[in-house]
Ligand binder design. Structure first.
Ligand code: HEM
Length: 416
């Protein structure tokens, strides 16, 4: 019954209900049946904000890789209440040549090879975290297991001191919620976004000044040096870059870790598979990303007229791409609603999931996420706790773009 609650049949849900259910807070715990209806309705379904909803893998993949589509206009049409200083316009919302220039400045720090030197530290934190939840017994997984690892790692890479982790976390949550369309946010939520952005602007200005005086081996120092060298980076761009790395660097991974534990408790047979073969951990990360990744939606705007799958788009038309729906497209994946941790290990030809996007804006943090999630899964497999879900479904945050569990009560017991 627990497994069924993640994947009920789409049943007789109408298309209008499915469109609503894809975005409403009440269905955050399980938008997948609604996604099934959207995918079957066609490659493009008229959705909110004058956007065509894309839920099939083929069209999502093609649009994300096509330079005929831009991500630069998202702030204009989904965030009209932004004055351009909140939700700072990082390279996530730019196109070449600015996108290329800014992404290149930080990409070296996030390559899989570069990150190998951090493996020891990631393992150390993962071990501490799993130790402490087993000792505690009953915990909120979001708080005790999911937050500490990604927050510690991205903060240490960037150069955010330990004593600031709590404030960083609080401010980041406001920004992550603020990624959803402005019309869906309450005044309070909008205010948290403004506050978060203002906080990081002041905060990073202060840290940059400190690093200029006392350089360290961290990203703040590296970017401060580039800015000081001349015309490759403005102060505003530097702050936007640090903010996006810090916020995207943990808000999303926290949700992947929590979703991962939820999936393993609901599918104990799959946890057994992992315990028997911990070397599956890396392939399991991709399956957990495909099955229930945290990044559900993104948008693109056509920069010229074109036709895709029989639909004529005009320059300026927008699409809302449901990455999490594409990841469960049966045209591409066998038994897409089934969690199968061996899926990616069995075959190298299974199409990659779209949970990290694809193309120009492919998630720069993906290798870091893989390392963190792999180490956490290995540690869980090694300690093999008995994990019992104490609320099913757990409560979810209302967020659409970065979807996540609000609280995940689980009992951890050492194996008999
Ligand atoms: C881009 C998902 C973790 C930094 C993206 C995109 C997705 C995504 C879907 C592409 C958005 C688009 O094309 O519209 C995720 C998920 C994560 C995760 C699901 C965790 C499970 C991280 C981490 C970092 C990060 C750890 C920081 C180190 C970024 C940045 C971009 C990005 C800077 C913009 C890249 C560009 O525009 O070139 N992420 N991300 N993400 N992500 Fe992540």
């Amino acid at each position: 019954a627990a497994t069924a609650s993640t994947t009920p049949a789409a049943g007789s849900m109408s298309l209008d209900d499915a469109i609503l259910a894809s975005f409403m807070p009440e269905s955050r715990h399980n938008p997948y049946p609604a996604y099934d209806v959207l995918r079957e309705a066609g490659p493009f379904v008229p959705g909110p904000f004058n956007l065509q909803i894309v839920s099939r893998y083929g069209e999502a993949d093609a649009i994300l890789q096509d330079s005929g589509w831009s991500h630069a206009q998202e702030p204009e049409f989904l965030h009209p209440k932004s004055d351009g200083t909140d939700l700072p316009a990082s390279f996530l919302w730019m196109e070449p040549p600015d996108h290329t220039r800014l992404r290149r400045l930080v990409s070296k720090a996030f390559t899989a090879r570069g990150l190998e030197s951090l493996r020891g530290r990631v393992k150390e934190v993962a071990t501490e975290v799993v130790d402490s939840v087993i000792k505690a017994g009953e915990v909120d997984v979001v708080e005790e297991l999911a937050y500490p690892l990604p927050l510690t790692m991205i903060a240490e890479m960037i150069g955010v001191p330990r004593e600031d982790h709590d404030s960083v976390r609080a401010m980041s949550a406001g920004i992550a919620r603020g990624l959803d369309p402005d019309t869906l946010l309450t005044d309070e939520e909008l205010q948290s976004r403004y506050d978060g952005a203002a906080h990081f602007r002041d905060y990073f200005e202060r840290l940059v000044a400190e690093r200029r005086a006392h350089p360290k081996d961290d990203l703040i120092t590296a970017l401060a040096q580039v800015e000081a060298e001349g015309d490759r980076l403005t102060t505003g761009e530097m702050i936007a870059t640090l903010t996006v790395l810090l916020v995207a660097g943990h808000e999303t991974t926290v949700n992947l870790l929590a979703n991962g534990v939820l999936s393993l408790t609901r599918n104990p047979d799959q946890f057994e598979v992992l315990k028997r073969d911990p070397d599956l951990a890396l392939a399991a990360v991709d399956e957990l990303m495909r099955y229930d990744g945290p990044s559900h939606a993104t948008t693109r705007m056509a920069v010229r007229d074109m036709e895709i799958s029989g639909h004529a788009f005009k320059e300026g038309d927008g699409v809302l791409i449901l990455l999490a729906a594409a990841n469960r497209d049966s045209r591409v994946y066998e038994n897409p609603n089934r969690l199968d941790l061996t899926r990616y290990a069995r075959s190298k030809t299974i199409p990659r999931h779209l949970g990290f996007g694809v193309g120009l804006h492919y998630c720069i943090g993906a290798p870091l996420v893989r390392l963190e999630m792999e180490c956490m899964l290995r540690e869980l497999a090694r300690r093999a706790p008995v994990m019992t879900l104490l609320a099913d479904p757990p409560p979810y945050r209302p967020n659409i773009v970065v979807r996540g569990i609000a609280e995940l009560p689980v009992r951890f017991e050492a194996p008999a």
